[in-house]
Design a protein around this ligand. Structure first.
Ligand SMILES: Cc1cc2nc3c(=O)[nH]c(=O)nc-3n(C[C@H](O)[C@H](O)[C@H](O)COP(=O)(O)OP(=O)(O)OC[C@H]3O[C@@H](n4cnc5c(N)ncnc54)[C@H](O)[C@@H]3O)c2cc1C
Length: 474
């Protein structure tokens, strides 16, 4: 989420965690999923009980197999099928419903990191790559906007401004330091970022306890509508989507030229296999164990009180920040006025039992009541509001699973030592601000449309390399 983290790792990643296995089969429904039950793709070609349902069986061969139907998988499929070098047959295998992973259950922010991450990214990747990461996120906002407008995608896209609201002095010092460091690196001010002093912040953000704020461009979105639209567009171009088809292994074919992708009901052979499996990537690519780790995140839908309805709706989206790891993301949806309140994994008062559900957690069947209570209490306190009428306030909550990496950037590109296998995963709670700048670049690499990584438009540090896989965690 812009919610979860632009901020490089603010907790230790436990490299001894077991392999993530498969996504759980019966996840709870997010608000986004609850409001898109009409999509004909949700259970398309379900292989749950293929003989009874009469679903089309998974073919025995394809030119490309994509594993995972989130925004990474969907945009990769669409980019492949709209290329002049489009493969003839592209099959997508999804373990559960279409787009039911993090893409269908996030906090609805497409929010580039404007400067805050510079300090931490530069510690890990150096100043130049930190700059590349931030520029890339800014570019992605433009790319998503352009894609949605060009293709007239109905996904409640709302491009506007966002506030980072400073709620703690230490965080205020940190973020000021990041601003100055990045401005120093650029040798100028940071284009598009406005700094609000305490008085301006209190007035403009409507947060009485704000110590300051930063404003820049960002958007809110209905991510499941975007995901379903991308899949629809890909299916219209020939994508064969099979839902409820968990991939259990990928093995080498006897010709050593192709791979056999196994599900409980089928085997499909293909020379090219693309893993768009996010938090679960290590299950099928063992070298990613401890490098992409599942972390459960939570969001809530809250119905506003009259102080935040109609003309009094919030004009911006928010990240309300007490510290680097402790913050709340907030969007107020133009489409229906409801708030989506996302939570972070660094809530200081959180119990050890809840921490265990978060770190390494893949159980998105339910949400944590402890996190919900904290989020609602903070929300009331921050904006000084209480629900008054029945129907106002918390409606429901949901969880989803992030793919978190030790160096806070995704793993993209050809899987070392497995020619023909590619990965696009590990978006660290920031996929909406990154994927549109990554999937098309990966496709260019796969189809040989570019000769070097530099031509893909992705920061160098996103590339999966043997060195990154071998690097010690933390
Ligand atoms: C609560 C929450 C809030 C978030 N908020 C934001 C936000 O506000 N802004 C933002 O930018 N990002 C946010 N994120 C992160 C964002 O949603 C992700 O970065 C992004 O959706 C990743 O997309 P993806 O396609 O790579 O992965 P996913 O959407 O997770 O897709 C991966 C797919 O692979 C499938 N899969 C996995 N293993 C297998 C297998 N073996 N066989 C078959 N299929 C398999 C899964 O079922 C899933 O559908 C949030 C995430 C959560 C959970």
């Amino acid at each position: 989420m812009s919610s979860t983290s632009t901020t490089p790792v603010c907790h230790p990643l436990d490299s001894t965690l077991p392999f993530p296995g498969l996504p759980v089969p019966n996840p709870c429904l997010s608000f986004w999923q609850r409001s898109t039950r009409y999509s004909p793709l949700l259970n398309l070609n379900s292989q749950k009980s293929p003989n009874e349902s009469g679903a089309t069986p998974i073919p025995e061969h394809a030119d490309v197999v994509i594993i995972g139907s989130g925004i990474s998988g969907a945009l990769t499929a669409y980019s492949l099928l709209t290329s002049p070098k489009a493969p003839k047959s592209v099959v997508m295998l999804e373990a559960r419903e279409a787009c039911s992973g993090a893409s269908g259950r996030n906090a609805g922010h497409c929010r580039p990191d404007a400067f805050r991450g510079f300090t931490a990214f530069s510690k890990i990747h150096g100043d130049e790559q930190a700059d590349e990461i931030l520029k890339h996120e800014k570019k992605v906002l433009e790319l998503v906007d352009e894609f949605i407008r060009t293709n007239n995608v109905q996904c409640d896209w709302s491009l506007g401004k966002t506030f980072d609201v400073v709620m703690g002095e230490d965080f205020g010092d940190y973020v000021k330091g990041s601003y100055e460091k990045y401005a120093g690196y650029l040798n100028e001010g940071i284009d598009g970022v406005r700094i609000l002093n305490e008085k301006e912040a209190k007035e403009e953000t409507r947060v009485p306890a704000a110590l300051g704020a930063y404003e820049w461009s960002a958007a809110s979105i209905h991510p499941a509508k975007l995901g379903q639209a991308l899949l629809n567009m890909a299916v219209a171009k020939g994508l064969q989507l099979f839902t409820h088809s968990p991939v259990t292994s990928v093995t080498s074919a006897s010709d050593f030229q192709s791979w056999i992708v196994h599900t409980p009901t089928s085997k499909i052979t293909s020379p090219i296999v693309i893993h768009a499996t996010n938090a679960f990537a290590a299950t099928l690519i063992p070298s990613l164990k401890g490098k992409i780790v599942p972390v459960r995140a939570q969001a809530h839908r809250v119905i506003p009180t009259s102080e935040f309805c109609g003309e009094k709706m919030l004009t911006h989206t928010y990240s309300l920040r007490f510290s680097l790891g402790h913050f709340y993301s907030l969007i107020q949806r133009k489409a229906d006025g409801a708030f989506i309140l996302g939570t972070s994994r660094g809530i200081p008062s959180i119990s050890e039992a809840t921490k265990k559900e978060i770190f390494g957690g893949k159980n998105d069947t339910t949400f944590s009541d402890e996190i919900k209570q904290d989020a609602l209490a903070r929300f009331s306190e921050i904006f000084n509001i209480e629900p008054k009428a029945m129907g106002e306030g918390h409606e429901f909550g949901w969880t989803g699973v992030l793919g978190v990496t030790p160096d806070s950037v995704p793993f993209i590109g050809p899987v070392p030592t497995s020619p023909g296998q590619f990965v696009i995963a590990g978006f660290n709670g920031h996929g909406m601000a990154r994927i549109f700048g990554c999937a098309p670049g990966l496709v260019k690499l796969i189809l040989g449309e570019v000769k070097s990584w530099e031509e893909t438009g992705m920061p160098k540090c996103f590339q999966i390399t043997e060195e990154r896989l071998a690097a010690a965690v933390n």
